[in-house]
Design a protein around this ligand. Sequence first.
Ligand SMILES: Nc1ncnc2c1ncn2[C@@H]1O[C@H](COP(=O)(O)OP(=O)(O)OP(=O)(O)O)[C@@H](O)[C@H]1O
Ligand SMILES: O=C(O)c1ccc[n+]([C@@H]2O[C@H](COP(=O)([O-])O)[C@@H](O)[C@H]2O)c1
Length: 222
Amino acid sequence: MVSPNRAVGVFGGTFDPIHAGHLRLARALRDELSLSEVRLIPAGDPYHREAAPLASAEQRLAMARLAVAGEPGLVVDEREVRRGRPSYTVETLAELRAELGPDVPIWCLIGGDSLAQLATWRRWRELFALAHLAVALRPGFDPATLPEPVAAEWRQRQVSDFPNRTPSGTIRALTLPPMDISATDLRARLGQGAAVDGLIAPAVLAYIEAGHLYGAGAARPT
Ligand SMILES: Nc1ncnc2c1ncn2[C@@H]1O[C@H](COP(=O)(O)OP(=O)(O)OP(=O)(O)O)[C@@H](O)[C@H]1O
Ligand SMILES: O=C(O)c1ccc[n+]([C@@H]2O[C@H](COP(=O)([O-])O)[C@@H](O)[C@H]2O)c1
């Protein structure tokens, strides 16, 4: 029987910028599963997005590091930034599986909007052989509208708790209520000079302002 706290959490994202919603999810994953470690993995080259991130991979990595500083159990894994190729989650999970061995449960956290797109991910069906999926519900998420191949996995693989009896292969929703916060909205607010109090970690906001990322500071009223 695998000890539950040997399980590892993985949370990948563009993190342009990392925000309070991301941190809330990472903490929820850690706490609901009693994980000793959740790895936040900034996507070096999020090839799947229509527009490239505004902040560079190094800046997004730096912001992630600032965001988790002093947070028990949350660490930043820079492998996708260092990889120098498109960021494929299947590749990341295969690397982690090789490093952690076959028995350690890996919980890969994604938002409901990412789940809806899962069938577009590279070699997506292989993900279930490598990790469990934890899904963070997001405002507007409706399982009834999932594309059928994903809906079939959602139905068949759901479990009602986090058992950690198997190292991979199940799906479940986190219990925490959805929160309406997105990096898109924050980029817009920063560009307009609008308040972002409580939505971005203070150290990350200081980094954004110092580097004038997202137009921060440019549009403030004089
Ligand atoms: N408020 C949220 N609720 C649930 N999941 C979220 C939330 N914000 C982000 N996520 C999830 O976190 C992961 C990384 O998200 P990402 O870095 O793209 O942030 P985002 O806020 O969705 O950014 P953007 O608005 O630029 O698309 C994705 O799987 C996304 O679904
Ligand atoms: O592996 C893929 O093909 C793939 C396709 C789309 C998204 N992802 C991953 O999903 C995570 C969330 O993506 P995003 O765009 O919401 O930040 C991030 O870690 C991406 O690398 C992965």
